[in-house]
Each structure stands twice: as C-alpha cells, then as structure tokens.
Design a protein around this ligand. Sequence first.
Ligand code: AMP
Length: 517
Amino acid sequence: MNPNLAQMLVRTARAYPDQAALYLGTEALCTFEQLADRVARCACGLRDWLGLHAGDRVALIMKNCPQYVELLYGIWHAGLCAVPINARLHPREIQGIMQDSGARLGFVADAEAEAVPGARTIVVGSTDYHALFAAHGMPVTDVAEDALAWLFYTSGTTGKPKGVMLSHRNLTAMSRAYASAVTRVVPGDSLIHAAPMSHGSGLYVVPHIAEGASQVIPPSGGFNVAELAGLVAAHQRPSFFAAPTMLNRLVEYARRTRADFSNLKAVVCGGAPLYVEDEIAAIECVGPRIAQIYGQGESPMTITAQPPHEIARAYAVGDLKALASVGRTLPGVEIRIADADDRALPVGEIGEVLVRGPTVMQGYWNNPEASAATLRNGWLHTGDVGCLDEQGQLTLKDRSKDTIISGGSNIYPREVEDALLAHAAVAEVSVLGRSHPVWGEEVVAVVVLKAGMRMTRSELDQWCLHRIARFKRPKAYLFVEALPKNSNGKVLKTALRELLAQGGEQANARTWRWQLA
Ligand code: AMP
C-alpha cells in the first residue's frame, strides 16, 4: 500500500465528492472532488513543468490562505517534501531555513515576495501560479513509509534552526492518534485555521481531510477573536487549535460580548501550559468543548491528550489534579519518565519525558549530532520535565528550561543572545522569560557591556530589529556588571530568574562578582 498522505485526500474525494472542502471565511471555494483535481494538477505542474524530483523540498512562506491546502497536498501527491516557514520570521531567518533545507522552490504571498531574494519563488495567485495547474493530473506518487513529508523548523536551544524530519508514516500515525483520542472527526465537520498553518494548525489539516471535514481559512489569515467567533457560529461543528493565550482571549471576548459558542465542537489547546484556572474559565464560557494536547515538533501533536469529555468530567467532579495534567499517551505512543541515565522512574517521581512510537521524527535534517543526542537509546528526549500518576496521566512540571513561550510562539534565548552578542559593545548576555499577564511570558535580556561602553535600550532594540523577528526582541533590558555562573562557567539562569522576580533593577548585581571571584 502507498503510504503517501495524498492518498487520504483521494479517498475522501471519492467518498464525499460534493462535500465542501475549503472555505475562505464563509465563502465555499471548492468541493473535495475539485480540490483533489487541483492537487493532482499541481503535482503534475511541480514535477513536469518545474522539473522537481521526488524528495525535493518545497517551501511555503505564507500566512494562512486557502492555497496552503492545495499546495501541501500537491507537494505530497508529487512525492515532494513541504517546508512550511513562519512568514513572520525575519527575512534572514527565512533565508537561513531555505538554505539549510535546500528548498528548490518557495511559494510566497505577495507581502512576502521580497523576503527570499535569490531563491526561486512563485507568488500565490500570479500567472505562474495559475500555470502550475494547467496540466492534466497524475496519479499519487508511490513513496516509502519513511519518505519525508514535512520539514518542521524549530529553533534549537543552540540557536541554529533545526529541521525536524517528519515522514508520511509519522503524520499518518499522528492523524490516527488524533482521531481516536482527541476528537472523532466526521464528514461535514469543519476546522478553522486561526493559528499559523506553518506550525500547529497546519498539521490538523491531515486528520480532518482524512475524514471529510472542511478547512476554513479566516480572511484575516490569522487570529482575530471577533472574526473567529463569527466563523464558529457560521460553520458546522467547527474545531480549531489554539495556544493557551488565544483561548484566554476568546474567553475574555465571550464574557464581554456573550457570544454563542454552542455550535463549537472543540477547541484543541496545546503548545504551552494551560493553567487550571484558565481551563475552568474556558469550560464555563464555551462549555465542555476544551481538549488539550501535549506534543512537540519532534512528535507532533501526539504525546499525550485529554479529550473534551475527560476534561468535562474532571471539571464536573472538581478533580483539579486531572485538570492540571496533560492527559494520557495517545494510542501507539509510549512515554517514560526517566532520570539522567534514561532509567525509568517510578510513578509519581519527576524526570524527563521520553517518547517512543510511530509519531517520533526521523531525526534532524542534516544534523546527525543533534539527532543522536535527542534520539539516544531509542527514545525521543523531549527536554520536558514531568511525572506520571497511577492512572497514566502526565503532569508537566517544567518545559525545556530555557525556551520562552510568548503569545504561543516559542522563542529560543540562544538565538536572541547570539543577535545581541554580535554587537561590538556587548560582552555577555543571557536571555530569559519573565511572566506576563497577556503573553504568558515576555523576553528579557540581561546584558554585560564591554568596559567603558554605554548603550541604551532603544539602541539595542534597533540592533535586534535588523537581525531577528520582531516578536523575539527583548521587551526589557537589564544592564549588570557580571552574570552569575557556576564553576563550569555556565550562566545560572535560575539566579537571573530570581533577580527578575525580585524586580531586577533594584537588586545588587555586584553579588555576582563575589560568586565569580
Ligand atoms: P513545539 O515544538 O514548538 O510544538 O513546542 C513544544 C513544546 O511546547 C513542548 O516540548 C512543551 O515544552 C510545550 N508544550 C506543548 N504542549 C504543551 C502542553 N499541553 N502543556 C505544557 N507545555 C506544552
């Protein structure tokens, strides 16, 4: 059997040819039969007109748009690998990913056309774009189970973006796990893409296309809470993925406007900690329709999950422990809580979360050292810390310590540190997250300047603007004489966190001189 993900669309188009496949807002754009036809033509255009070969990488650098779906499936249908890239990244970051992945082609929206000078690009909606669909279709390309479907770029803590290699088998396993343990998808359901399709939301396309659910693209191309509420009311049994900060904004909106969410099937929340009080507020606002997932690019969407009925039951009986957990492992996925030597720890003990199963990535693209370190001893090392209870529920205690999650986006301190360290006046820097009522966390940079140098917050801000995405820029700077370090010379971020918790600026940074001495 051909494990190509595009087979799922072919199957759905045969079973439900007249079902609406794609909406832009409330406007139906095509049926599943029409979508499958366009996808087969697109695949033919990519292979015959553009001369791409099986395994070639094709980048998608667009905010959410209806074409995302036909391109993703066209790429798979042709046996190629998609490289979805967050269009909000800095052009330098986009170029870095294009180069690292060796993408032979990139699809861009008008606004991003300038972002990738030197790369071969096609602007969505252009004459070239339409020409891509001129050919007759072709059968779905046979691929091996481990053939790459999606290179998922996530910045490592080393700061250099790493391409997580996800195969057709990985995404098929992810899709099955979702449908059996998160929500059961039925034909005529809909999926609203309010979160970026280059990241979380795009993966949800797979289980929903497999079962004949429509994809709904908000005209804004992203998250606008009023627009989202309108789309929920207009569509049939809608679900959507939301980072916790998005859920909180939805709750705030629902309280203010008394918007009706009775139509909603599920909000699938994940990507960052969902605090119990926020979870309860959400249930009280939108009803027993909240699901939670815990996953990471390296095992997308699928390490553990809590379906809506389990969260609703925990809420009904006041089981705060269950509400604070991220649920149980998905079918076919195994987790182990391990000590530093990968030995399994007993129930209740806290250790690193390790994962094994068909959803676990093939490794990092062109990065055997990082792959070996993360996939050692046959287990994916998530970098997350947690514990299991007797019922198999996982509670996360901390995430990979240094990652900052601001507004649902991951920001890796090292990358920001690297940008700041490139400045001639900066001697040392450490970047960390400080809790923020709206964004979850905000980026703070603790900076040591070179002797005799002076620097202002706005000068460093300007410097960052030219080097990294806007959302990764520090929102506050703290200038100190020295950074606290352990005997190996590693910066003690815990000490810095304490300093920030105490109000930072008032603390006596000279203490660290004593520690260094
Ligand atoms: P990413 O690879 O960008 O999807 O980020 C994955 C990381 O987000 C995980 O390793 C966790 O640290 C964190 N994460 C994902 N889901 C949850 C969740 N439900 N609760 C807490 N943290 C989560």
